[in-house]
Ligand binder design. Structure first.
Ligand SMILES: Nc1ncnc2c1ncn2[C@@H]1O[C@H](COP(=O)(O)OP(=O)(O)OP(=O)(O)O)[C@@H](O)[C@H]1O
Ligand SMILES: [Mg+2]
Length: 281
């Protein structure tokens, strides 16, 4: 058996609870993750679902070491990076990327799309001149199905779907192998959601990505993910193959989640629709 790309054991993350901060002294800690065990195979697409506040984003941020866990092991590609400082993490940063929920706020409004896409290349790829970086930025737009003319545009000139494509392009800039996508289609209309999901599915195959796809919406996860993990209150309450979870949810919480999801749209095969156009408005 090949070892998992990511092996997570006993992952705990606690935050100071500012709502209960006393006048003097430190705020009490609140546990967002209470001991999570998870194996993610190379090339897998894992769905992470759960209600608001269940700890989905916190797991994603811990996996990318954007936050330091309170306890536990984060064994990425055979090495425990849970305690690594920024200097040690630096060479790994290119391989681990996040796509954020709201490209409106994660894209700098003052920078052109071209500059946004070239930034990570400057920071982590020292080789290559400006022309080379510009070529790579143009290539990234091709990859996500946007016209090259967008290099000179600003985020506010783009639609929500187009901005999310830029967010995906930025995540791909440094040839990552592991990507956490956090609620990247919420807030988009259903047909734009479908186009973005299809794009991600193509990219996953094309670039051999290992994907963690976070969503509060099980119907979205179903399109992309082979396996699903259900979080509740900072703990995993159910896990399994996506199809199995959908046909026979075991945990009462999962049944609830499933019951609250409007499935009809995907039952009628909208996700199979042609994806060649990127005409989201
Ligand atoms: N930086 C932080 N400081 C303090 N508490 C935090 C912080 N980040 C998250 N939390 C708390 O940790 C818990 C889990 O939050 P998290 O954002 O991971 O949930 P989520 O499942 O992503 O929710 P949502 O679906 O709303 O995005 C919540 O109780 C939240 O208030
Ligand atoms: Mg979240």
């Amino acid at each position: 058996m090949t070892p998992p790309l990511y092996r997570i054991r006993g992952l705990r993350v606690a935050f100071p609870d500012r709502s209960r901060k006393p006048l003097f002294g430190a705020a009490p800690m609140v546990e967002a993750l209470k001991g999570v065990d998870l194996d993610i195979a190379r090339g897998a697409a894992l769905g992470l679902v759960g209600e608001s506040g269940s700890g989905k984003t916190t797991i994603g941020r811990a996996m990318l070491r954007l936050i330091r866990p309170t306890a536990g092991e984060l064994v990425y590609d055979g090495v425990d990076i849970a305690d690594w400082d920024e200097d040690r993490l630096h060479p790994l940063r290119a391989r681990l990327q996040m796509i954020f929920q709201d490209p409106q706020s994660s894209l700098n409004p003052r920078l052109t799309i071209g500059t946004t896409l070239m930034r990570p290349l400057e920071a982590l790829l020292r080789d290559g001149d400006r022309a080379g970086r510009r070529r790579r930025a143009a290539e990234l737009l091709d990859i996500v199905g946007l016209p090259r003319g967008f290099l000179r545009r600003y985020p506010h000139e783009l639609s929500g779907g187009q901005r999310q494509r830029v967010g995906i392009a930025r995540a791909l800039a440094l040839d990552p192998e592991f990507i956490v996508a956090d609620e990247i289609v919420s807030g988009l209309d259903v047909s734009t959601q479908a186009q973005i999901l299809l794009l991600l599915r193509q990219l996953r195959a094309e670039f051999n990505l290992t994907l963690v796809f976070i969503s509060h919406d099980l119907s979205v996860v179903r399109v992309l993910c082979d396996d699903v993990v259900v979080l509740s209150g900072g703990e995993i309450v159910e896990r399994g193959a996506t199809a199995a979870i959908f046909s026979a949810p075991q945990h009462p919480y999962t049944r609830e989640l499933l019951a609250s999801v409007p499935l009809p749209e995907i039952e009628h095969g909208w996700i199979m629709a042609d994806s060649s156009g990127s005409s989201d408005t």
